[in-house]
Design a protein around this ligand. Structure first.
Ligand code: AHR
Length: 676
């Protein structure tokens, strides 16, 4: 054996070593210790016969929630916080260093927040800005924990101004944290009604914490609103669009669906604070601001400046889904505020307007342009329908109150739109009384999809690779809609995205894939977090004002979602699925479009282990590729400094004697691909 092992071992680069020939007869289904190295050899069989189980195109998707400054201050590329003075504390984010609130400011000036006589939709306030001494008066916006600017890039500045009396010029400068000017422009506003003034600014230095400083020439007053700054270099170059680096990270995941807008944010802490999709569409100027549910939720991570401008609203979510080639999956409230907060209920008698919101949404997404909501979609630039197929009712709701309301929604939606697949919830936890009760009800109601959530320690994920093996094959399908391994005893924050968590998720995900007849959709959560503005960790992607990176967990997702295959195959050891024996986990699929066999194999042990994979049916030959993600250190991370510390490495291997023989490195996730 030793001789044969050495003779046929292939060393592929530095990462894949020990491809072993199986010229010597290897027992088809056993585990043995090789004598040549301390490595174990595990024999696996892939049955190439059709299982009849399809991998749903929605299998690996993304969950977006405006948490951790993911929308305003993140994906939505606006750089000015509280651009239209709509925050309840109307000058939050703005400074007037030489002015005082309890003063006439005769030696400076003051932004007097004024209500519109006739509000512009949800836009109710503007700044009536009075300048008494133009040498002294300054109005400064701090951005979202600073404004991120890149040297030589172009930024679109726009501002609405009206009713200028006496001001000769208004200067808009981007300044660094010490006040040095990086770019600057000025406008001469007219004394007439509201007009938008625009300029392009090009900073001469990269700066993560810049500010926008507004100064004046002349004394008098002028009205200001919608003071806005966007990079020109957005996703698809759309004006006032989305942050390109972040969407690119999402696009690279090749997601099967995009779930939005959350999460608990859907429900709100109270009903008044729930997400109302219809207020997030139409002209951006008119979208009404709402407090973000994560604003003041956690005492240890307060974010009192966290609001939703809805520049990223439902139209933009549908558009993003389309861009990504992902099924849009909106989730709507069901007349219940978040039960972790007030749990406020709409009486069943008053549920109609809520149900109507859901019906209107289907019309907005899919309706003819002659319908009122279809017309709005068309006016917003998308006459074609978005072809929405799924709609979620409620997020993490539990108890009889949910099912009473859910039934009303289902009846109304199914009557009018029988093809819409409704997503329902068995509650916030993966087990326990609420979960059992929820599932009982969902089975009774013959629901289409149950949205399960689990935030659990890494051990739980490794121990639960067989979670779905016992689920009813013909019953309600599963949407594993939010999950993440939460390491214990690790710093709360980016350090929670360590290799231990990611590797454990990889092990668990082989179980999701192996149960593709039950599990139709899956997503890690939450998706993104701002380094300085987060409330919840771990998260798939971290970003700051200038940069972003994918965590090891991101690369695990990427490996699955870029190699989903089309048809499930069986991979077994001694006729049994690999669910942690020898700390190994595996799943197999074929892709009928490319004729590839794709095996995901995870080794969570501290030792290298050799797997010998034979197939029943077609004989293997030629070369394949293996893509590896690994680290010796379970605490290893990616970071802004080392974004690729843990990343994907691919190499070729050669089939020997019709078998795949590969040394799985310790603590590794591997995708093995070969033509069949
Ligand atoms: O993903 C963060 C939160 O976790 C979601 O808002 C909620 O659905 C879950 O409790």
């Amino acid at each position: 054996m030793k001789q044969s092992f050495l003779k046929h071992t292939f060393f592929i680069g530095l990462i894949v070593s020990g491809f072993v020939s199986c010229k010597d007869k290897v027992d088809e289904e056993n585990v043995s210790e090789t004598t040549s190295t301390s490595n174990k050899t595990v024999n696996l069989v892939v049955d190439l016969k059709d299982t009849g189980i399809k991998i749903q195109p929605t299998m690996y998707g993304i969950f977006f929630e405006d948490i951790n400054f993911s929308a305003d201050g993140g994906l939505y590329a606006e750089l000015i916080k509280n651009r239209s003075f709509e925050f309840p504390d109307a000058k939050m984010g703005w400074k007037q260093p030489n002015s005082a609130r309890p003063s006439l400011n005769g030696n400076s000036g003051f932004a007097k927040i004024t209500n519109y006589v006739t509000p512009k939709g949800g836009n109710k306030k503007y700044s009536h800005t009075v300048v008494h001494n133009d040498d002294n008066y300054e109005l400064i916006n701090e951005g979202f924990r600073g404004i991120g600017l890149k040297q030589g890039k172009r930024y679109d500045l726009s501002v609405m101004m009206a009713h200028n009396e006496g001001i000769e010029k208004i200067n808009f400068s981007l300044v660094d944290s010490t006040g040095i000017i990086l770019a600057s422009t000025d406008f001469k506003p007219k004394n007439d009604d509201w007009k938008t003034y625009e300029a392009v600014l090009m900073p001469n230095k990269t700066e993560a914490k810049a500010m926008l400083k507004i100064t004046f020439e002349g004394t008098g007053s002028v009205d200001l609103d919608m003071i806005s700054l966007f990079p020109q270099d957005t996703w698809k170059g759309r004006k006032k669009g989305l942050r390109k680096d972040l969407v690119e990270l999402l696009d690279d995941l090749n997601p099967g669906f995009l779930r939005f807008p959350g999460g608990c944010i859907v429900e709100g802490r109270s009903l008044a604070q729930r997400y109302q999709w219809q207020k997030t569409v139409g002209p951006v100027l008119e979208r009404e601001l709402l407090i973000n549910r994560w604003n003041n939720l956690f005492d240890h991570r307060p974010a009192h400046d966290y609001f939703q401008s809805f520049g990223l609203g439902f139209f933009e979510y549908f558009q993003l889904s389309e861009d990504l080639g992902a099924e849009p999956i909106p989730i709507l409230g069901c007349g219940m505020a978040c039960q972790f907060n007030t749990g406020e209920l709409v009486p069943l008698e008053n549920l109609d307007p809520y149900v109507q919101e859901a019906l209107n949404l289907v019309e907005f997404a899919n309706g003819d342009i002659e319908t009122p909501w279809g017309k709005l979609r068309s006016e917003m630039g998308h006459p074609e329908p978005f072809n929405m197929k799924y709609l979620g009712i409620g997020n993490e709701q539990w108890g009889p109150e949910y099912f009473e309301r859910y039934e009303v929604f289902v009846k109304a939606i199914s009557e009018k739109y029988p093809d819409i697949i409704i997503v329902s919830t068995p509650g916030p936890f993966p087990d326990g009384d609420m979960f059992d009760y929820g599932w009982e009800q969902l089975k009774r109601l013959n629901a289409a999809l149950a949205d399960e959530h689990y935030y659990r320690p890494p051990e739980w994920f490794r121990a639960n690779a067989d979670r779905y093996d016992s689920y009813d094959r013909d019953g309600v399908k599963v949407f594993a809609g939010e999950y993440a391994a939460h390491p214990k005893g690790v710093d709360n924050g980016p350090k929670e995205n360590n290799w231990d968590a990611a590797l454990s998720e990889a092990a668990f995900m082989t179980g999701l894939e192996r149960n593709a007849d039950v599990v139709h959709l899956t997503a890690y959560a939450p998706l993104m977090a701002h380094e300085k503005g987060w409330q919840w960790a771990p998260d798939l992607i971290w970003f700051n004002n200038l940069e972003s990176y994918g965590t090891p967990n991101y690369y695990v997702q990427k490996l699955f979602s870029n190699n989903p295959g089309t048809d499930l195959l069986k991979i077994t050891q001694n006729g049994k699925p690999l669910i942690g024996q020898n700390e190994l986990f595996a799943s197999a699929v074929k892709d009928v479009k490319t004729n590839n066999l794709i095996i995901k194999a995870v080794n969570t042990s501290k030792e290298n282990q050799t797997i010998v994979i034979s197939t029943s049916g077609t004989l293997l030959k030629g070369k394949g590729t293996i893509t590896i993600l690994r680290s010796d250190d379970l605490l290893a991370l990616n970071s802004f400094e080392k974004p690729n510390n843990i990343t994907l490495l691919s190499e070729e291997f050669e089939i020997i004697d019709e078998k795949i023989v590969i040394q799985l490195k310790s603590q590794s996730m591997n995708v093995i691909k070969i033509k069949i």
